[in-house]
Design a protein around this ligand. Sequence first.
Ligand SMILES: O=C(O)[C@H](O)COP(=O)(O)O
Length: 319
Amino acid sequence: MMKVLANDGLTQSGIDALKENGFEVITDKVAQENLITYINEYQVKVLLVRSATKVTKEMVDNCPSLEIIGRGGVGMDNIEVAYAREKGKHVINTPAASSESVAELVFAHLFSGSRFLQDSNRQMPVKGNTEFAKLKKKYEAGIELRGKTIGIVGIGRIGQEVARIALGLGMKVIASDTRIGKASVRVDFYNQQYINVEIETEPLEQLIQHSDFITLHVPAQNGPIIGKAELEKMKTGAAIVNCARGGVIDEEALIEALDSGKLAFAGLDVFENEPTPSEKILTHPKISLTPHTGAATEEAQDRIGTELANQIASILLVK
Ligand SMILES: O=C(O)[C@H](O)COP(=O)(O)O
């Protein structure tokens, strides 16, 4: 039986689909430093990872049994993709499976920040029954999303899902993208009517100046694309969400912008120092936090599992 090691977990639907195709699925969590030995000992043919396990050049070179490296998710910055492909390994991912979930999390952060939920949820258990009126006063300056401008940086699959939800909420959508000039977004309504909206992209600098909310949907970068200079150009009272990759926003500059009142709030699902974000970020009252859970819904993980199983079967069983 061909062995699949799902080192960062796999949904039952994915496990079942692989088993139906005759694969043996191992869901042991093997420590990074023991992976090469484990893969060789059990002659693992497929290694599945999410963002936790790193697939290094050393693994590619020293695991001859390995034919497929599968990323359950989108970003492959934890995998030496080009090197692995050069050495004849298949490297696959599931680029479309989690777009809706990530986009919904963006709005969870936007709704949270615009009504102070992150701070309220920290304060209410401690002060809720003694200082209720004081807390109510503190959180009185909430804002609506309707009518505001959302700037989407990266209008790929996830960016387009964000646009769809934003348009449904009555927001104005603007976007910037280094590769896409124009995106066509179909907005569906429950009564099965829909509208098509064309979104033309504009330079990042322009987007930064015009947005009430900025949300980032770009791959891992070599350095921040939103640093001190960009934060200074944002509207006073604007907000920013990062459900893309840690490091895309300069965290020090972000804290300064929040403390000075330049920015109203931030929503962060990803961090510069994952999995150990800085104390300042974790305790900031103006930051809504999630621990890299953009794709962590039952629906997205189900789609990821079955999609990986199908891709694996079509590579290994058609030979
Ligand atoms: O790139 C992705 O797909 C997301 O960052 C999800 O990462 P995860 O699989 O570790 O949740």
